[in-house]
Design a protein around this ligand. Structure first.
Ligand code: ME8
Length: 523
């Protein structure tokens, strides 16, 4: 069975992880969990990008070797993913043997095929973005100093012997591919920019460096290392063990998190979706597919570029000292609430702003009031008045609404429209709160206890459905919701059935297990 293969970018290890990295990884985790809920086999990959001048410079400043520096930061990423309950199946580091060997095999193959040739490089380079620019693309002026159009830092002129990948010959095929596969460039509003970029004509890409020592040695060119982006993009293939089997004598070093036989190239490729930030869309939709075309491999089905977070209106940066540490946010709000907030606050694909006030608002109004309060009202009523057991079978008052939402939600997940999914979930919770107001079971229990029990039975169906829906977003808290409903199973194993048929999975007479409040209000 082909696995649903989903990736995040592999993050540079020159800096500690921040909310931007957490965002992409959480989004990928939500989609991976949703796919697993649907019974699909999922291969969810993340990792770290560890070569290149940026990292070499950072390690020099820290006074340790690039290897030690990379290991230290890679561990920070891994421990953050653990804290955030990220369910990645593998974590790839570009300094691992499995990756280095794949990059070398690919370089050699493309060189032998004549796709890579020796030339001479002279252009502007931004170390921070590890990107080349033509003079007419730069900001600033020759007199005051040229700057990178992406990050506005000074650029430097590189002039050296280099090996080039024949990117220029793939322009027409790329345009054809975009046309025939309208989902490839997602979301739609970002497609035009890429099409224009390719239409302007592509230049061959320098894929080797003479000056950079911290990189993967190019097997056929002594003293050259692979350009860090050429190296990095290949991670999506090395994690599938592509090429490894053809390299005699190379030990297949899978990450300890999976056995090396778990995810084979044939079961994973082509990748279903690459999640990336908008600033690296071009690398993933121009260079990467051209590399794959040169290798004769099918292209990923979709590259989805999400937007950027600012912090209280400002771009996040070290110099401004406004980098938000996800560990700190989790300490205060818990990992699940943080996950919820990031996907709720802005549409996946647009830009948004992170602020403590916005987080506090979403937490108190949506999680504590609408959701937490709904659980606590219903469970308290059942515990107080029915000794924790509802014996009536619900009639399915909420089912038409739930079925309508299910259709919409399933479509939203297909579009990675996580904010819409959460909006729909919330609207059902609000509807259930209104139903309680209208029926007032706290009064009804005195006048008509039977009817009161029926009313509560209906609302239990909503609580079951909400637990299932929130599983991909809030894996821990949704399990607690599920337990409070008296269920002993692992929610992730039954979530899809509960989501689709919350009534069919319900047995009247189950004793609820009210526990401490799910979302205590915060000041
Ligand atoms: O670019 N808002 O790594 P990187 C939203 N190694 N997302 C953000 C963000 C923000 N403010 N800041 C970062 C690299 N991100 C390369 C990738 S892939 C083969 C190589 C997220 O450490 C977003 O996903 O600079 C962005 O694309 C990524 O982090 C950049 O991480």
């Amino acid at each position: 069975m082909k696995s649903f293969y989903i990736t995040t970018p592999i993050y540079y290890v020159n800096d500690r992880p921040h909310i931007g990295h957490a965002y992409t990884t959480i989004a990928a985790d939500v989609l991976a969990r949703w796919k697993r809920m649907q019974g699909e086999k999922v291969f969810f990959l993340t990792g770290t990008d560890e070569h290149g001048s940026k990292i070499a410079q950072a390690s020099l400043q820290a006074g340790i070797t690039p290897e030690a520096y990379a290991t230290r930061t890679a561990e920070e990423f891994k421990s953050l993913w653990k804290l955030l309950n990220i369910s990645n199946d593998d974590f790839i580091r570009t300094t691992e043997t499995r990756h280095i060997k794949t990059v070398q095999a690919i370089l050699t193959r493309l060189y032998d095929q004549g796709e890579i040739y020796k030339g001479f490089y002279e252009d502007w380079y931004c170390v921070a973005c590890e990107s080349f620019w033509l003079e007419n693309q730069l900001k600033g002026a020759a007199s005051s100093g040229w700057q990178c159009p992406e990050c506005a830092r000074p650029v430097e002129k590189l002039k050296e012997e280099s090996y080039f990948f024949k990117l220029s010959k793939y322009g027409d095929r790329l345009l054809q591919h975009y046309k025939e596969n309208p989902d490839f460039l997602s979301p739609y509003h970002r497609a035009q920019e890429m099409i224009q970029f390719v239409r302007q004509g592509l230049k061959d890409l320098s894929v080797s460096r003479l000056k950079e020592k911290w990189g993967i040695p190019v097997p056929f060119a002594l003293g050259h290392t692979a350009y860090v982006w050429f190296d990095a993009l290949i991670n999506y293939l090395s994690a599938t063990h592509y090429e490894l089997k053809s390299l005699a004598g190379i030990e297949d070093q899978a990450s300890p998190q999976i056995s090396s036989s778990n995810f084979k190239f044939e079961e994973t490729w082509p990748c279903d979706i690459h999640f990336v930030g908008k600033e690296i869309f071009r690398f993933h939709t121009v260079i990467w597919p051209a590399m794959l075309m040169a290798l004769g491999l099918p292209l990923p089905k979709k590259v989805f570029a999400h937007g950027w977070w600012t912090v209280e209106g400002d771009k996040m940066s070290k110099s401004k000292g406004n980098i938000v540490d996800p560990v700190e946010v989790c300490k205060e709000f818990g990992a699940d609430s943080f996950r919820y907030f990031l996907l709720r606050e802005m549409p996946f694909g647009a830009d948004g702003d992170f602020s403590k006030i916005a987080l506090l608002k979403r937490y108190n109004f949506e999680l504590a009031n609408d959701l937490g309060n709904l659980f606590s009202r219903i469970l308290t009523l059942i515990e107080k008045n029915f000794s924790g057991v509802i014996r009536k079978m619900p009639k399915g008052f909420f089912m038409p609404l739930i079925l309508e939402k299910n259709k919409k939600i399933t479509e939203s997940f297909e579009k990675s429209a996580f904010q819409e999914v959460l909006e729909d979930g919330l609207s059902v919770a609000r509807e259930a709160n209104r139903y309680l107001e209208v029926n007032a079971p706290w009064k009804l229990v005195k006048t008509n206890p039977e009817l009161c029990e029926s009313v509560l039975a209906e609302t239990l169906i909503v609580l079951r459905w909400l637990s299932a829906l929130y599983h991909p977003f809030m894996p821990e808290l949704s399990q607690r919701m599920w337990q409070q409903l008296g269920e002993l199973s692992k929610l992730e194993e039954v979530a899809m059935k509960v989501f689709r048929e919350p009534i069919a999975t319900y047995s009247p007479g189950t004793r609820i297990q009210k526990q401490e409040i799910l979302f205590p209000r915060k000041a």
